[in-house]
Design a protein around this ligand. Structure first.
Ligand SMILES: [Zn+2]
Length: 378
């Protein structure tokens, strides 16, 4: 397996690309709280804003700098010295310098050509390096760019002292296999650390982030809950757990607080986390079907890929249409009710029909009503 021994740094961009989501605004207090929590759980780098946006944004970035976090703070900048100057004024020591690298963007967004892009990169990078900044050169729309043009830009970046290159699947168009091949092509040709920035338009942001890592990238961009432009970015909690359980990579992040972070960002973004959301959804460790509930009661490893406590969740054994007698007996015993085998079949039949009628599982109160008159043991 490629890259198992490599170190990986998560650059979380909840405070930049996450807040860039249409309709999402964080207050300064929320930004500070989110930054502090991400820092506490061990996220190595936080992309924290776009100082060129103006005074409010600059004040917010400055406030984050003043927190004195262990995580490196990095800002997003267009490839123009004025943007980088705004970042310098906020006190950050690391910048992402973003430049369009696909011909579609160069022609139809910028109205320029490739040689303009080369010169613009040199000017901006030269300015940043003259101020001794740590620089990630962000290749916007890299997924639609010609690979050899990117190699050329990466060579320029490396020669001028850039610290890494960000491969952006800006529109979320790639599948993990194509992204793997593209990133590998670049890794094999240029000696410059690579970062992957993936979007979820086709539901593959997390898979693409993992593919980027497998191909040799050492930095991965994420956002909490996958918040971000359009369908969002690779979700921090998914990437961390996928790296851990699918790739055997410890990111050094304290996963037990992932649900706490997810809830905080869910509230601040006013985008509540769906209860079935991968990794952090409140009810993802719910078991109802007879076979699964029975398996989990025998040993959770039978039907849980990891312990819910690992991310700060709890297990729910739910009684409803698909329940079996083992799960029912177990739940009733917890409620202090002991039934004999005949009674169990009777109650189970009623549990199933009530669930069918109400299109949901049963509450404990409903179970108590249903079993009124049966023996209480506790
Ligand atoms: Zn993005």
């Amino acid at each position: 397996m490629s890259g198992v021994d490599r170190k990986i740094i998560i650059d979380d961009t909840t405070l930049r690309d996450g807040e860039q989501t249409a309709g999402v605004v964080f207050s300064l207090a929320e930004r500070k709280r989110i930054a502090r929590m991400l820092d506490e759980i061990g996220v190595g780098e936080l992309e924290c804003g776009i100082p060129a946006m103006g005074r409010d944004e600059q004040r917010a970035v400055r406030a984050l700098v003043d927190l004195g976090l262990s995580a490196r703070l990095i800002t997003w900048n267009r490839a123009v010295p004025a943007d980088i100057q705004a970042s310098l004024d906020c006190g950050v020591r690391a910048v992402d310098i973003s430049i369009s690298v696909s011909d579609i963007h160069i022609r139809h967004k910028l109205g320029k050509d490739r040689s303009w892009v080369r010169e613009q990169l040199k000017t901006a990078l030269g300015f940043a390096k003259a101020h001794d900044l740590y620089v990630s050169v962000g290749g916007e729309d890299a997924s639609r760019a010609e690979l050899d043009f990117m190699v050329e830009l990466m060579d320029i970046a490396r020669d001028m002292g850039a610290d890494r290159f960000r491969f952006c699947d800006t529109l979320g168009l790639l599948d993990p296999f194509s992204l793997f091949e593209m990133v590998k092509y670049l890794v094999d040709r240029v000696d410059l650390p690579l970062e992957v920035h993936t979007h979820n338009d086709l539901g593959m942001a997390t898979a693409n982030a993992v593919a980027g890592f497998r191909a040799g990238a050492t930095f991965v961009n994420t956002t909490v809950n996958g918040l971000g432009e359009r369908a969002g970015n690779a979700a921090l909690e998914e990437v961390v757990m996928a790296l851990k359980h699918a790739c055997g990579i410890d990111t050094g992040i304290d996963t037990r607080r992932l649900v706490e972070v997810s809830n905080l960002v869910g509230r601040a973004s006013r985008r509540p986390v769906p209860e079935w959301k991968a990794v952090v959804g409140e009810r993802v460790f719910s078991h109802e079907s007879g076979l699964h509930a029975d398996g989990v009661l025998k040993n959770p490893l039978n039907y849980e890929g990891f312990d819910p406590a690992e991310v700060g969740l709890t297990r729910h054994l739910v009684l409803g249409k698909h329940s079996g007698s083992h799960g029912l007996l177990h739940r009733l015993r917890d409620l202090g009710i002991e039934l004999d085998p005949l009674e169990v079949q009777d109650v189970l039949g009623r549990v199933r029909s009530i669930s069918q009628r109400n299109k949901r599982s049963l509450t404990d109160a409903e179970l108590m009503t249903l079993t009124r008159g049966y023996r209480r043991v506790a």
